[in-house]
Structure formats: C-alpha cells, structure tokens
Design a protein around this ligand. Structure first.
Ligand code: DI6
Ligand code: FE
Length: 403
C-alpha cells in the first residue's frame, strides 16, 4: 500500500517532448511512497492501487516543486541604503568602488552572530518556500576569508537541517577582492585556491565552486586557477559570467564543463557555441537585470538557436537582486527577457535541476524521483508566468509531505 495517492488533477511532468514541453497528463494520479514518486499516469491506469491517504485535488494543476538554482541568501544586514543611492543616480559599480556594495555586506555578515544569520536567512527561505520552492541553491561569498566562507557554508547546512527544503551549498570562492588585499591580488587568489577549496572539499561543505568573473571582480585567468583546483578536488564548477561586460567567462566555464554559466547579458556567439558543446546550462537572473535597471538583455534567441537549456532563478542577494519570490522570477523572465511561460516553468524545474547536476533526483514528475510537488489552483500553467506577484501554490509537497 502506498503512502499517498494524488487524484483528480492535471499534471505537468516537465518530462515531455518538443511538441509537448510540459508533458501534460489530464485526469492524472500520482502515487507516493517513502517520499518518492512510485507511479504517475492517467488515473485509469492507477485504478487498482490503494494508498493510506487519497488526496483529491479538485482539478488543480500539479508541477514539480520549484528549484531556485542561484541564491546568495545568507548575509548580514540589507543594502536598502544603496537602493536609495541608485535611485539618486549612482551605479552599482560606482557604489562598489566607493567601498559599498559587496564589501558592506561582508562587514555586516562578519558582525552578525550565527544565530542572527540563520534567523534572517530562514525568513528568506520561508518566503521562497511559500512561493513553491522545494530546492534552493545557496552560495557563500560574503565571508571573503577562509573561516568566513566556511562559516556561511555551515549556516547553509544548518538551514538544510531546520527547514523542509533541499539545500544545495555552493562555495562562491572568488566574489570580491577585500580592500586590505588590494595590492595582493595574486596572494588572495592563491589563498582561495590553495587553502579554501581543499578545506571546503574535505569538510564536504560544498557541491560546487563558483566565482564572479567581471571587471569589478576577477579575471578569467584568476577564475581558471580556481576551476583547476575545484576539479582536482572533485567539485563541479559554475560561474557568474558576462553580467556587466564580456570577459569570456562563458567559454571558460564551458572549458571546465561547468554546470551553469549565470547572468549572460553580454554573452557572445563564441561563448554560446562553447556552452552548447559542453552542455552548460544558462541561468537567467531577471531580478538583477530589473534591480540594476540594465538595458542589455541576455540573448535568449541565441540560446534557443544553440539548444542551450535555460534556467531561471531569483539570485536572491542584498545588492543586486533582493527578490524573494520564485513566481515573480518566472513572470520577470517572461516579461523582461521574452521567455515563454513554458520556458520559464522549465527554467525553475527541469533545467534548474540540470544547473545543479540533480536531474536524476528532482525537476520532473517521474518514477523514482523525489516527491517534491506544487499544487496550483490555476486554470492554466501559463498563469505562473502571467501574474505579477502570484503568492505561491495552494499546497507544497516536499519529500511526500505537505509543509
Ligand atoms: N553577482 C551578483 O549579481 C551578486 N554577486 C555576484 O557575483 C551581487 C552580490 C551583491 O551585490 O551583494
Ligand atoms: Fe549571483
């Protein structure tokens, strides 16, 4: 006997075909046992099965639980003051060069106790969960020294234990050069490459390694040193690439078989070709584009032409994307970047799973996968990309349980 049987629903498995990208099953049923999906199909095919709990869903839509594959949500303080400065005309780069930006969050993060960090991060996680998220990637990157970065990864682990959500920790090892290392760039990169990566890998605190490849951050050569070390320690890589300018980050990411290259507003043809060849996912972050009031959009048609998978994420962070809603991220991906609602939903399910290297476990409704599901009281799933501020699903099921 199964634990649960969801009936009277329409299912988007997200494991469809080019002609039916949502993989729709009308009048469907989903069997759940031990937190996993054991059957999905038309109800008539599941008719003989019994379950301890039968849940009639009154014709609602069921999708995989949403996956937010790019966040930086553990940090101290906020940057609401910079939001005001930017409204008065200052640019993100100007604020960063004047000692604000990431450096100011680093200070607030260092000053915060672990308890304070966890409490404020839990509020952000809860908001994303209410929006339908069942898996969250969380990057470090506001420590900027060995202990500070490891501390953030330990916080991510603590959140994973306390919240009903899967947390995927990423070591963002090269995010910003601290002011006191200004004249010692090479030494700083060496510290992260030679000490931080081995320490994080040995402690099992990170699934992947990330960096910010940008004029105000790190060069492609510096990032390459980091990627070599990550690979030597068995960690996958991903990269903040071509956000504010083109630094050949996408091609570098592809060279190291990165799971994803993220942002990509300034991606060029060569970068796209390299990503397509390597199977690197493009993670689009409309919250940062919106908050920075950028003009240049990621080349979505170029990504489509190359068959590059597109994911969508909140980039939840205090500086460039204080975005707490996955449904708003999907709406913005449609309205600002021109994704179809189906692409936006694939971007927060199947393609987001690929961006985390977890496509065998989550991202579609299929036998053997985790029973992470959202039940949406909508007429059509196009509404997920349509409402501006849809609060979230009617039910969110994580590992087979409502939460
Ligand atoms: N790119 C971003 O958009 C964030 N980090 C990064 O590498 C910004 C983080 C911040 O401003 O605090
Ligand atoms: Fe980011």
């Amino acid at each position: 006997m199964w634990d649960r049987l969801l009936v009277d629903c329409r299912v988007a498995t997200m494991a469809g075909s080019p002609g039916d990208p949502l993989g729709v099953i009308e009048n469907a049923a989903i069997g759940i046992q031990d937190g996993r999906i054991v059957r999905v199909g038309p109800r008539t095919e599941l008719a003989g099965h019994r379950a301890r709990e039968v849940m009639p869903l009154g014709g609602a839509w069921v999708t995989p639980g949403l996956i937010d594959c790019h966040t930086h949500l553990i940090f101290g303080g906020t940057r609401a003051d910079e939001h005001a400065m930017r409204r008065a005309g200052a640019t993100y780069e100007e604020i960063a060069e004047a000692g604000g930006g990431i450096a100011s969050t680093v200070k607030r993060t260092r000053d915060a106790s672990e308890c304070e960090l966890l409490a404020s991060a839990a509020m952000r996680v809860d908001s994303l969960m209410k929006g339908g998220v069942t898996t969250i990637e969380i990057k470090s990157g506001y420590g900027l020294d060995i202990e500070g970065e490891l501390r953030l990864l330990r916080c991510a682990k603590a959140l994973a234990a306390s919240e009903a959500v899967r947390v995927v920790p990423t070591l963002l090892a090269l995010h910003a050069l601290p002011a006191d290392w200004k004249d010692r760039r090479i030494g700083y990169v060496s510290m992260m490459v030679d000490e931080l990566i081995p320490a994080a890998a040995e402690a099992g605190l990170a699934e992947a390694v990330d960096a910010f490849c940008e004029g105000i951050a790190f060069t492609a050569d510096e990032v390459e040193r980091l990627f070599k070390a990550a690979q030597a320690h068995g960690l996958r890589v991903k990269l903040h690439a071509e956000q504010l300018s083109n630094r050949n980050g996408a091609a570098l990411a592809a060279k190291y078989k990165a799971l994803s290259a993220d942002h990509l507003e300034h991606l060029d043809e060569a970068g796209a070709q390299a990503m397509a060849k390597a199977g690197t996912v493009a993670v689009l972050l409309p919250g940062a584009f919106y908050a920075l009031q950028e003009k240049r959009k990621p080349p979505v048609q170029m990504l489509r032409d190359h068959g590059i998978a597109m994911a969508v994420a909140t980039d939840c962070n205090p500086g460039t994307s204080p975005l707490l809603s996955p449904t708003l991220a999907m709406n913005m991906a449609c309205t600002l970047f021109g994704l179809t609602p189906e692409e936006a939903l694939a971007g927060m399910t199947f393609n987001a799973a690929r961006a985390l290297g977890l496509e065998h476990e989550i991202g579609t409704i299929a036998v053997g996968k985790a029973a992470d599901l959202c039940v949406w009281r909508v007429e059509s799933l196009a509404e997920l990309g349509y409402w501006i501020g849809l609060p979230g699903p009617e039910r969110r099921i994580y590992a087979g349980e409502d939460s």
